[in-house]
Write a protein that binds this ligand. Structure first.
Ligand code: ADP
Length: 487
């Protein structure tokens, strides 16, 4: 029985052992593969299947080996007890393999979805990183551009020749550029720089209503009490969110003064041409009238009424001739005879003649002449005429007691100045703007011709000089003449 059973028993035993060996080999291979690629779901599935097969092989083969051993030792009843357990393990391993296989399809789908999502996530992450990098570059570029722009505007603020002022909504100073500090230092409210506060209030009101105000001419009080005309424009800075106001202030005093001087020169040139024409026409007949009058006067009897009448005619004709000559002077038809001359000597001669007259009226003439003065290249007689005009006007302006100061000095290199200042009635702005107009006078008829200053103006211009006036009503007037030196 043992011999007859040997081949099938050996096949069963060897087959069982080989089954265990092969299933364990498969399991070991799958363990290796899985450890290489832990996330590979297929390897994991096969690992489970191999594990189940190994358990199945061990349980089944061990069962067969035990069965053959028990049959061999002739205790088959023990096998009867073990058999159900071996069968159960086999069944369970089958169920395990089957359920893993049944659920594998779902696990596979979920795994694919997870892998897809993971890829999408990685892509999104890469895109985000790229955007982030780009954003950093963009922010760097913008920051740099902002810094450049900020620097540019700061330079404009600092280097601008115009005054730039930043104020709060009610005019309190927040910032002022260096040009502004040069002109307007020392106050903390923009309104304090205006000579006319109502003008400032009107500007603020206009800004409040329209948000801006265009070039408005105002007079500002600058450093050292200097007042100057300026164009002010302002705009509310909405972006700041605090209602700050930006003001641009342009000092136009020099430009306006220049323009006014040019207007005066042009006006005087036109009037001069007209006067020259009239004066030429009148001068000759006047000369003839004077000649004949003097001829008649010579042949008239002394003490006779005719001689007296002729003297009256002669006096008035001479007066007329003076006016005509003044007009010709003014019109530059009589060119000055210039030669090097000592201004102090000329002034001395004028003062010797006019001081006495002034002192009789209770006016003191005080000369404050420079120690030395370079010679000027001028027609001394015409300069004398100008100085006499100015001193006569000063005497007329002083009602009662007062002083006339005559000052000389060197202004810029190559220029000397003479100032004739009085403590008289002064002039308002309107009078001041018209004094060089021919025939403009505020004096009663018979006293003034209104030609003194216009003629003086013409003479000084003919000498390449300037004549300026500063006057305060009730306080006095100062005329300053600048003349080029002989060199
Ligand atoms: P006139 O003396 O004949 O009036 P001017 O041309 O010399 O003519 O002067 C013109 C005007 O200028 C004067 O009428 C006067 O109103 C004003 N004026 C000139 N000099 C002075 C002065 N020193 N102070 C005040 N007003 C002056």
């Amino acid at each position: 029985m043992i011999v007859s059973a040997f081949p099938i028993v050996s096949v069963d035993l060897i087959g069982s052992m080989l089954m265990i060996v092969f299933s364990l080999l498969c399991f070991e291979r799958m363990v290796r593969l899985t450890s290489l690629e832990r996330e590979n779901i297929l390897w994991t599935y096969l690992l489970f299947v191999c594990a189940a097969l190994s358990i199945f092989a061990i349980s089944r083969s061990a069962g067969h080996i035990v069965k053959q051993v028990l049959l061999f030792v002739e205790v088959p009843w023990v096998w009867g007890h073990i058999r159900p357990f071996s069968g159960s393990v086999n069944t369970l391993t089958f169920i395990l393999v089957a359920s893993v296989t049944v659920f594998f399809e779902r696990v596979w789908v979920i795994n694919r979805a997870i892998l897809r999502d993971r890829r999408a996530l990685r892509d999104a992450h890469e895109e985000l990183s790229w955007l982030n990098r780009n954003l950093e570059i963009l922010v760097d570029e913008r920051t740099e551009a902002l810094a450049v722009s900020e620097k540019k505007y700061r330079r404009m603020f600092e280097l601008s020749g115009d005054i730039i002022v930043v104020t709060t909504g009610d005019g309190r100073l927040l910032a002022i550029n260096p040009a502004g500090e040069e002109h307007l230092e020392g106050r903390d409210h923009f309104g304090a720089f205006f000579t006319d506060v109502e003008r400032f209030q009107a500007i603020m009101e206009a800004i409040g209503q329209k948000g801006r105000v265009g070039n408005t001419e105002v007079t500002l009080r600058g450093l050292g009490g200097r007042t100057f005309r300026a164009l002010v424009s302002g705009v509310t800075d909405i972006d700041s969110g605090e209602g700050t106001i930006l003001f641009m202030v342009r000092d136009v005093e020099e430009t306006l003064t220049m323009r006014e001087k040019m207007a005066t020169t042009e006006k005087l040139a036109a009037v001069g041409e007209l006067s020259a024409g009239v004066a030429h026409e009148v001068n000759n007949p006047l000369g003839i009238i004077l000649g004949y009058t003097q001829l008649l006067k010579r042949s008239a009897e002394d003490e006779s009424t005719l001689k007296e009448d002729l003297s009256v005619i002669e006096k008035h004709v001479i007066g007329c001739k003076k006016v005509v000559e003044s007009l010709l002077n003014f019109a530059r038809s009589a060119p000055p005879e210039k030669r090097p001359c000592d201004l102090h000597k000329t002034i001395g001669e004028v003062l010797a003649f006019s001081r006495h007259q002034a002192e009789m009226d209770g006016i003191q003439v005080i000369s404050e002449l420079a120690d030395t003065l370079p010679e000027i290249y001028a027609d001394a007689e015409k300069i004398k005429q100008v100085l006499i005009n100015l001193i006569i006007n000063a005497v007329h302006a002083i009602d009662g007691h007062g002083e006339i100061h005559v000052t000389t000095g060197i202004a810029d290199p190559g220029t000397v100045f003479i100032t004739i200042a009085d403590t008289g009635c002064g002039m308002d702005a309107d009078t001041r703007s018209r004094i060089f107009d021919p025939f403009f006078t505020t004096k009663p008829t018979g006293t003034g011709t209104g030609l003194g200053l216009s003629v003086s103006y013409g003479i000084i211009k003919n000498h390449g000089g300037e004549i300026d006036v500063i006057s305060t009503p009730g306080k006095g007037t100062a005329f300053t003449i600048h003349l080029p030196t002989a060199g």
